[in-house]
Design a protein around this ligand. Structure first.
Ligand code: GLY
Length: 340
């Protein structure tokens, strides 16, 4: 498989090109790109292509960050996923989905079978079962081991602050400290991004008629507090699409990103005349203004097929592309240091 993947390293200004149909997704998740492309080529159905691509990543448990196998504080894995249809601005999403492996598949049913946009938690599970999905554990041997190691390391890292006992050295249960003791300068924990701990597949599919779908699927942040929902299922945060303009999808520290709606911002930037690269960089820069240590990235595609990305907090950010007249999936890597 990897033998068919073309690998490019591009400087920050070079990653722009044109042509539809287009499949583009975050990270080196090339099997997802390829799967989406196969479905798009065979059917011209951009929705089915996006669902097939993201489902492939869920099956593969792409780098342990999509699909089953990423424990929260209680050891359970829960999933977030989103689909946005750029033709009618319809959305289907699931958040904190429990005991169902194919989150993006459930998001498709929310999109097509309901008037709602987002279902969450155990009731999203009930909905999925009613749509024919099987309820099963999302824990794996690896996630059980990860969780045991985390417990044995005093529950480090975790996402608590201003609680007792001290969350930087002890496990919970926690309770709030007195208001006067709250340290408002307490720095946000830095996301530990490496090859096996980054996140979200964010994907954009544009068919030959410029019909755009954007979507995401993730198991969120490792050792998150149960109930936590990240940016990925939130429209405008995890992904956004509008026919005639373009689309964007994000990856990274979702608790921060969802405060800035970077995907929406990037699409608005395209609407206002920016090139994809500038649109992506502006969306990231707005976050860096308030959170200079932020880690994440945004991919952006215009409806005509030009695309680019911007990133922060990592050395390099790779994304995967397959488009018209191209015989392979391309991995393009941008330099985040140059990009900031
Ligand atoms: N970006 C994925 C998450 O933070 O949940």
């Amino acid at each position: 498989m990897l033998g068919f993947v073309l690998f490019l390293v591009l400087s920050c200004n070079a990653a722009e090109d044109k042509a539809i149909p287009l499949v583009i997704n975050t990270w080196k998740f090339t099997e997802a790109t390829e799967r989406a492309w196969e479905v798009l080529s065979a059917s011209s159905n951009a929705l089915n292509a996006l669902v097939a691509g993201c489902s492939r990543c869920e099956e593969l448990q792409c780098d342990g960050t999509v699909g089953p196998g990423s424990p929260d504080e209680s050891g359970e894995t829960t999933l977030d996923a989103l689909i946005m249809d750029g033709e009618n601005m319809n959305i289907g999403a699931v958040a904190n989905l429990r005991e169902i492996k194919n989150a993006i598949g459930v998001a498709k049913h929310v999109l097509l079978q309901t008037e709602h946009s987002l279902l969450s938690g155990s009731q999203a599970t009930d909905f999925a079962v009613s749509m024919g999905f099987q309820k099963e554990s999302l824990s794996t041997n690896q996630s059980k081991k990860m969780w045991e190691n985390w417990r044995n390391s005093n529950c480090q890292p975790n996402f608590w602050r201003n609680v007792k006992p001290n969350p930087k050295s002890e496990c919970g249960p926690y309770s709030p400290i007195k208001r006067n003791d709250i340290n408002s300068c307490d720095k946000r924990m830095k996301y530990n991004f490496n090859n096996n701990n980054h996140d979200t597949i964010g994907m954009i599919v544009i068919d030959s008629h410029s019909h755009i779908y954007a979507g995401t699927s993730t198991n969120g942040a490792k050792f998150k507090i149960p109930g936590r929902v990240g940016d990925s299922p939130i429209p405008g945060a995890g992904a956004y699409a509008e026919n005639g303009i373009g689309a964007a999808a994000a990856t990274g520290d979702g608790d921060v990103m969802m405060r800035f709606l970077p995907s929406f911002t990037a699409v608005e930037n395209l609407r206002n005349g920016m090139q994809p690269r500038e649109a992506a960089k502006n969306a990231i820069d707005r976050i860096l203004k308030y959170y200079p240590d932020f880690t994440g990235a945004v991919i952006v595609a215009r409806y005509t097929g030009e695309f680019s990305a911007a990133c922060a907090g990592m050395k390099k950010f790779p994304f995967s592309v397959r488009r018209n007249k191209q015989t392979n999936v391309q991995v393009i890597e941008i330099d985040c240091e140059l990009s900031n």
